[in-house]
Ligand binder design. Structure first.
Ligand code: GTP
Ligand code: MG
Length: 403
């Protein structure tokens, strides 16, 4: 099997045994990775008697991320290497899975290297449901600012929930607890997966969807408090990530068609482990004017293709977004369903996902306007309402999917 990590790592780890492996993917995170390593180490000391390995899987950082990681004094063993394979977060995580599998480590945890709010007890929250035999896969359940996680809120959370019947609030949060069985399940999938967007930012939605549809135990969520990390302005930095995540989500819809076609009724909330701490997330500012402008410009640029995909009434409605870079929830849902159904045509996949990006920007711009000056609870209710609308229009999806 393609190793994905350097040979010397294998030699150095020969004969070692750990109760937990904590993987930290990184690319230019020298400012924060030392802190993450130190906190993870404290978590391993407290919850795993110090018997853990911290693995930094780096993408060839130019800012000495590896050095900062290795320089941090920890009691736990730690290693850092540059993974082999396609550049991306997924390759970094895939290489850690291979290390866990080689070591037969019963649990693997992933945490991002740009996290500033991580606490030692996150390690317990992300692993206890697995240690207790209740779950094979634990997702993060954090308090995020209403404008952080726009891909999650507007597509990944509602669509994954209503398709597969389980409400997982942060399906692409990035911080996960994974059992050895689940790691082996991931590694048993065709190796070509690691040549797709799963090797990039598609990894999280792929892991979560696979765990829901193909896992041996229920998915749990870990209450973690606030997620404070290097935030991104949706209009400026989230385009490529959107393509990788949503492309993977649509592709998985084909794979798990028989699962979601049969699911009926309201989705169930995946159990949450731990009390939700009372915290206030760091505010994020979004440049709405920029968002509307790039949305409207992008829709205009791709209009010929977009209008060829959509039914007449829907493209008529979307004419407004073309002018003003805004979009209401119900039109957004229909557009998503149309694009998901068309995604079955492999030859237009790239054009589809590229065209959906500016439409997504319009939805984000409107969401920001709808919730501006409103509380976090108000925004959360709006997200839940949108999920309900995704659910009630599921028959539209089925109809379009079947052609
Ligand atoms: N090795 C490697 N790690 C990466 C790469 N891209 C991102 N990462 C790491 O993956 C983690 C998450 O990436 P972020 O860019 O913070 O994305 P995010 O927080 O999931 O996404 P947002 O919530 O949208 O900001 C971080 O630890 C990054 O360093 C990459 O190409 N290679
Ligand atoms: Mg981040």
């Amino acid at each position: 099997m393609f190793r994905m990590f350097p040979e010397e790592v294998e030699k150095n780890l020969k004969g070692k045994s750990y109760s937990v492996v904590v993987g930290i993917p990184s690319y230019d995170n020298s400012k924060t990775i030392g802190h993450v390593a130190r906190i993870v180490d404290l978590g391993i000391q407290k919850y795993f008697h110090g018997n853990g390995l911290i693995v930094n899987s780096d993408g060839g950082s130019k800012d000495k991320t590896k050095e900062f990681f290795l320089r941090e004094k920890t009691k736990s063993d730690k290693i850092s290497y540059i993974y082999n394979g396609l550049a991306g977060k997924g390759s970094a995580m895939g290489s850690v899975m291979r290390i866990s599998s080689m070591l037969n480590a019963p649990i693997t945890v992933f945490v991002d290297s740009d996290l500033r709010s991580i606490e030692p007890w996150w390690i317990e929250r992300l692993t206890r449901p697995i240690v207790d035999g209740k779950s094979s896969y634990v997702t993060p359940y954090y308090v995020r600012h209403k404008y952080d996680g726009t891909i999650t809120n507007n597509i990944c959370y509602p669509l994954t929930s209503i398709l597969y019947g389980q409400k997982v609030r942060q399906p692409i949060g990035g911080d996960f607890g994974v059992s050895l069985e689940m790691v082996q399940k991931y590694l048993s999938k065709p190796v070509e997966i690691w040549q797709s967007d799963v090797a990039k930012f598609g990894i999280d939605i792929w892991m979560t969807t696979t765990a829901i549809c193909d896992g041996d135990k229920p998915v749990w969520q870990a209450a973690l408090g606030a997620k404070i990390h290097d935030v991104k302005d949706p209009g400026k930095q989230l385009g490529p990530m959107f393509k990788q995540v949503v492309g993977t989500l649509f592709e998985l819809m084909e794979k798990y068609e028989s699962v979601w076609m049969e699911k009926e009724g309201e989705p169930m909330k995946a159990p949450v482990f731990g009390n939700i701490p009372d915290v206030i997330p760091e505010p994020i500012t979004v440049d709405i004017d920029n968002l509307k402008k790039i949305s409207s410009d992008g829709i205009n640029e791709k209009w010929k293709f977009i209008s060829s995909i959509l039914p007449k009434d829907l493209s008529n409605t979307l004419e407004n977004s073309r002018k003003n870079g805004k979009l209401d929830g119900n039109t957004w849902i229909k557009v998503v369903y149309e694009f998901a159904a068309s995604y079955k045509k492999h030859e237009i996949r790239d054009s589809l996902i590229r065209s959906l990006v500016p439409i997504y920007f319009a939805r984000v711009a409107s969401f920001v306007e709808e919730t501006q000056g409103k509380s976090e609870e108000f925004a959360e209710k709006a997200i839940e309402k949108q999920l309900k609308d995704f659910e009630s229009q599921k028959k539209y999806l089925k109809k379009r999917w079947n052609g």
